[in-house]
Design a protein around this ligand. Structure first.
Ligand code: C5J
Length: 223
């Protein structure tokens, strides 16, 4: 049995066993990271999210080399929008709504070019790709059953956006009993102050939602 691994994290050390831990990369899809997608249609500067790609690549590469389980998620709706509540589609004043035709295909629809994960972090054969209709990765998806079936108890999160899909997924995971670590430089928001607040709130009160750490000590713990 491989020994448990430990890394310096906030608010205290994070211990995990690789065979019982999954790397979960949230929504690193073109819709949020490239111009012409859902993120930009909501009025956001999407270039803010692109800076984390090299860090995500470094963690993903070390995780793959160590032989850990990898899960990618995408915020995606069925082409007939049967899994998109009208309240979600009609919220706010976006330039393009979910399902509308955009420069990267239909906005936030499964199978469209904009819904694909950025090429630098493209899933490999054997890795899981979860399409999720909500912000949280556990709502209306097979993720919990999949993780339980593989004896996973710990989750390491990266991806976008920190305070929306990443935080929602981490809270869902925490309530289901997973010990969660959020990679500080592997997550980004269109609003840097929201990212900082999220990091602060998840690790407050003795890791009430989970731990945070930079990528470097995590990568070191994998060798
Ligand atoms: C958003 C996400 N921000 N992936 N989705 O709507 O965080």
């Amino acid at each position: 049995k491989p020994p448990p691994r430990t890394l310096d994290a906030n608010p205290f050390a994070y211990r995990y066993e690789l065979p019982h831990t999954a790397l979960v990369i949230i929504d690193m899809q073109r819709d949020f990271v490239e111009p012409g997608g859902f993120g930009e249609s909501l009025g956001n500067d999407v270039t803010k999210l692109q800076s984390i790609i090299p860090t995500c690549q470094a963690v993903l590469s070390a995780w793959r080399q160590a032989g850990g389980l990898v899960v990618h998620t995408r915020e995606a709706h069925a082409p007939d929008l049967s899994d998109c509540p009208p309240a979600k589609r009609l919220r706010g004043e976006p330039r393009l709504r979910i399902g509308d035709d955009g420069p990267m295909g239909r906005i936030l629809i499964a199978g469209e070019p904009g819904n694909q994960i950025v090429p630098q972090l493209a899933p490999r054969v054997g890795e899981f790709v979860i399409d999720k209709p909500g912000k949280g990765a556990f709502y209306a998806t097979p993720l919990h059953a999949l993780l339980q079936g593989r004896g996973i108890t710990h989750l390491v999160f990266m991806g976008v956006t920190t305070e929306v899909c990443v935080q929602t997924s981490m809270r869902e995971a925490n309530d289901r009993g997973y010990d969660c670590l959020l990679v500080e430089d592997g997550t980004a928001s269109y609003f840097p102050e929201f990212k900082q607040a999220t990091l602060d709130m998840v690790r407050a009160q003795g890791a009430i939602v989970g731990w945070t750490s930079p990528a470097a000590p995590l990568i070191e713990s994998l060798y």
